[in-house]
Ligand binder design. Structure first.
Ligand code: ZN
Length: 103
């Protein structure tokens, strides 16, 4: 019997789901949508597809949560530049976020 790694099996199942389900987006597209989603700029149809992906994909849920936290921290830094940045936040991350928001 062929040995199937658990993570491999999960990814395989996910791949099938992503392909089969109508109008499903990929994880790459999910990342592209994150900014518009958080800004409330996603049209209704895209938003429902985006939220559906979030339900079936744990990686993207974690990604969004991390992104939201980083964005909040980035804004806090922007609003009060004299406050010290929390130590668990890499400075590069905040810079990247601020750059992306002001582009
Ligand atoms: Zn995903």
């Amino acid at each position: 019997m062929t040995h199937v790694h658990k993570a491999g099996l999960r990814n395989w199942l996910k791949g099938i789901m992503l392909k089969r389900v109508h109008r499903m987006i990929t994880c790459e597209e999910f990342e592209d949508f994150v900014l518009s989603y958080l800004d409330g700029e996603l049209p209704y149809r895209q938003r429902s597809v985006f939220e559906w992906h979030m339900k079936v994909c744990r990686e993207c849920r974690d990604y969004l949560a991390a992104y939201q936290r980083a964005t909040e921290l980035g804004q806090a830094v922007l609003l009060s530049p004299h406050e010290p940045v929390p130590e668990d936040v890499p400075e590069d991350l905040i810079k990247a976020i601020l750059d992306a928001r002001t582009r």
